[in-house]
Design a protein around this ligand. Structure first.
Ligand SMILES: [Zn+2]
Length: 450
């Protein structure tokens, strides 16, 4: 059996791939201008016509679409905004972004044909990571309006796997079902994979000697943080593979193959991924950090052209992986969010960089980055940790962690403080481990929302 879901496309030469993308781009522009008046107007204003698309470089003439523009359109023309290419009644399902508290989510609709495509995209990912029809796949997922693993569920059915939908269950019940049903694949966020492992320990269940062979991660950048991933692999006795998608596209865009190159292959026959400098909007080269901008060919109901994702990535050539795919890779996965960065007394702090260090200490069960103001003016940062292990090494871990965090942040003082076990919030989805209580960002300002 092939290692690739779509052997022809996944091993295409870059020239052929670009020709395919150019052709699909022209079709997408045609579809968008004829079906979506709101988009047609934006394209006309920018002077872009489908017939003018001759090479991939012509994509750069298409205006960016930002989340703010999408949200504004949704407010102006509720409930879906101007993004739809067909009337709502032609859709078969409603979904939303996961939405942080108080923030209106983006609402999306899909047709039956879109759902076939959504599942097909996840097939690239699951097959590429080694999931086969004989697998038993457990989803630690709530099955609500958040699109999350819905498409992944259908992909596994399409592959012929036995699917265990673990919605509406306690963590304890989920762990029991995984063991009792002999699940070989578990799908969850990185945070929740660790949470289930903690629960199993409490229940006296040794997951590492159990049947789970693969953990498919999604929903948080941590799936590609080496220390977090190593911890998940050790606790589950399984291979962990990262994936990333978004509600705005309905499905997965990139996946880690079974060769585990430390990053994710882009599904380039169905998307065009660009990486740009966030200040100048100019493209950056291989190996440089930038914001990813995505164009999607598959979703008929909501065509997406040059959407600014806010995700920070570093693109490298496919040859970084030994699997033979010609699809490029985002090295280290999603490196963080453009708006995640915190500035503390002039030093940039990325939550992901903090997590990368904290997760090297498996004594730490849960943590939180806490920002606050002292004496009305001075910004301070501290890291709160739960350390439910033996007393002896506690102080050593706290001191060493604080020293390493400081060293990694230009000497910024970042004390590490122990808090009682179970006092920090636990997350099933999109962990929010930054608590910014600084007065300067006070109130309900956007900067505060993480
Ligand atoms: Zn690969």
């Amino acid at each position: 059996m092939h290692a690739y879901w779509n052997p022809r496309h996944e091993t295409m030469s870059r020239d052929d791939l670009e020709a395919l993308q150019t052709r699909k781009l022209r079709n997408l522009l045609e579809w968008t201008t004829t079906r979506v008046p709101w988009q047609a107007e934006r394209l006309a204003t920018a002077g872009v016509d489908a017939a003018d698309i001759r090479t991939l470089d012509d994509l750069r003439r298409v205006p960016f679409l930002t989340r703010e523009q999408w949200m504004q359109s949704q407010l102006d023309d509720p409930p879906y905004g101007g993004v739809l290419a067909a009337p709502p009644e032609a859709a078969i399902r409603y979904h939303t972004t996961s939405g942080t508290t108080g923030k209106t989510p983006i609402r999306a609709l899909d047709s039956a044909k879109d759902w076939e495509w959504i599942a097909e995209m996840w097939c690239y990912a699951f097959w590429g990571f080694g999931v086969r029809p004989s697998d038993i796949v457990f989803f630690a997922f709530s099955y609500g309006t958040f699109v999350g693993f819905w498409g992944a569920h259908y992909a596994c059915e399409k592959l012929g796997c036995l699917v265990l939908p673990g919605g509406n269950m306690t963590t304890e019940a989920r762990v029991h079902l995984i063991v009792d049903a002999g699940a070989t694949v578990v799908c969850s966020t990185p945070t929740y994979a660790l949470r289930m492992a903690q629960e199993a320990q409490k229940l006296g269940i040794d997951l590492a000697s159990g049947p789970v062979e693969r953990v498919v991660l999604s929903g948080e950048p941590a799936g590609s943080i080496p220390a977090t991933k190593a911890l998940i692999e050790q606790q589950w006795g399984a291979k962990a593979g990262d994936t990333a998608g978004m509600t705005e596209l309905g499905t997965v865009v990139m996946f880690e193959c079974s060769h585990q190159p430390g990053g994710m292959h882009l599904i380039e026959d169905h998307y065009i991924e660009e990486v740009i400098d966030t200040e100048t909007d100019e493209p950056v080269g291989y190996g440089e950090l930038g914001e990813r901008v995505v164009t999607s060919f598959g979703r008929g109901f909501i065509p997406v052209l040059r959407y600014r994702t806010g995700d920070l990535v570093v693109r490298v050539p496919s040859t970084q992986c030994s699997c033979g795919r010609t699809f490029d890779i985002y090295d280290g996965g999603i490196r963080g969010r453009v708006d995640d960065m915190k500035v503390v007394r002039g030093t940039n702090v990325y939550p992901r960089a903090v997590e990368a260090i904290v997760r090297e200490y498996d004594a730490v069960d849960e943590f939180q980055i806490h920002l606050f103001t002292v004496e009305g003016t001075r910004d301070e940062i501290e890291v709160l940790v739960e350390l439910p292990v033996d007393g002896g090494k506690r102080d050593e871990v706290l001191d060493e962690l604080a020293r390493r965090l400081s060293e990694a942040h230009e000497g910024l003082r970042m004390p590490v403080r122990e808090v009682p076990e179970g006092s920090l919030p636990r997350f099933e989805l999109k962990a929010k481990r930054v608590k910014d209580e600084r007065e300067v960002w006070g109130g309900s300002g956007e900067r505060k929302a993480m």
